[in-house]
Design a protein around this ligand. Sequence first.
Ligand SMILES: Cc1ncc(COP(=O)(O)O)c(C=O)c1O
Length: 541
Amino acid sequence: MYPLTSKVCSSSNATFVNRLTSHILATRQYASTAAKVATSNKDSSANTNEQNPLVNHGTQESYFDYEGVIENEVLKKRQDKSYRFFNNINRLAKEYPMAHRQSDADKVTVWCSNDYLALSKQPEVMDAMKRAIDKYGAGAGGTRNIAGHNKLTMQLEAELAALHKKEGALVFSSCFVANDAVFSLFGQKIKDMVIFSDELNHASMIIGIKHSNLKKHIFKHNNLEELETMLKQYPKSTPKMIAFESVYSMAGSVADINKICDLAEKYGAMTFLDEVHAVGLYGPHGAGVAEHVDFEAHRKAGIATPSIKDNNGHKLAMDRVDIITGTLGKSFGAVGGYAAANKRIIDFLRSYAPGFIFTTTLPPAVMAAASEAIRFQRGNIELRTAQQKHTTYLKEGLQDLGIPVVPNPSHIVPILIGNADLAKQASDMLMEKHKIYVQAINFPTVARGTERLRVTPTPGHTDDLSDIMLDAMEDVFTELQLPRVNDWEAQGGFLGVGDPNFIKEPNLWTERQLEYTNKDLNPNVKHPVIQQLEVSSGIKE
Ligand SMILES: Cc1ncc(COP(=O)(O)O)c(C=O)c1O
């Protein structure tokens, strides 16, 4: 897609040429340093390795150039503009969505946090955390087996199981660890299992699948025809796992959970669903998209009925999925990850997964905060509807300005830039000139040429803040001459932007669902007594 950006810009004017020149100069400067590194290695080498010119096996007398290899790897990132700059952002608990930078006086509005409901700053959640610190101290004291199994952990696992209407849940240090642990363990124990993985799956799943050493097939994003073609190559008796996400975080696209479960049932596969960017935000109680697709049944039942069925007596989507993973670090405002499943699977993970067994348990205060956040958001559908309404307001405003947003039915607002350097410049200009923080998303988080600004409105991003954001975005797009919808259209469209053949999906939240208030929820979601689960401590025979 680079050609598009350069074409659009080259037709514009000298500003782009200047920008390109400084980009080239900067690149050359990095390149010459890289070349210097490579040359200094070559000088001492009679027999340079073709694939990695820095590895010198020419003589046993010369030392390996660790520094050179390491420096060169980082230089490569600078050259391709995927080098990451972190911003010093201190999100203020009492002034959300504001943060200060290095100095307290330098304040910016944060527009890209994954603390989607701002629960990390919710007084009830903070109080639960403070109480737990006062009573139990800062740390858990060890691994689950030795010192880290306590009533706050058991309570959290019970809350998670109840939220997803599963028999059990297991908390990990993060969802990255949970995803890695689940795939690795299946690979270790079912060696002829075949994995079918969506091409946009998160790095944690990709690494887990790699660690599983299992045979894998990658299907095109949300392309269930291709998935079926892959599945049908194997007998039903071959163990299989379909790995997918509900809301894909960088594009905002959404999987068809029921259709994937249909395929899984037809071909004898297990299903693994990552709901990291959906918990808290979808479903009447924030259990994710698997809950959202059966919205009315779950809303009426509340959280007390574990295995409700649809009108035809069929299982609901959340019940059909075998393993659901989620994070405590985004909508639930704390840190940590989990898997929810039937108690046999949870016991299997608990008993074998090294990523669970051999690491210190999360601090009790984190568990207390996460439990409180789950309870708080469960009975607060108005948080979810406010977030959706703010998202729609912003998306419509951007559309009116001709600013390209990758179309999707979710809460993610991916503003397409299509060039790493320009995405960084846009992010910097928003911060320095407009006091708005939106991080640029570059490779490897997204494919090269699809760089974007990923904006995530929350319940606190009210329309007045959106108006400020829209003015700022208009200024940035004008000043940097970034391609707008009509520019992408002239190229035949890209990622659904300016594409005449693209069929827009309806939003996940319907107009009717957006009208619900907290009073429309079943009273049983407010103060249910959630029993601790036996599987958390180990099932007694
Ligand atoms: C889709 C997805 N899965 C898993 C994770 C990992 O979650 P955690 O931050 O809890 O490690 C992330 C993190 O960004 C994610 O986006």
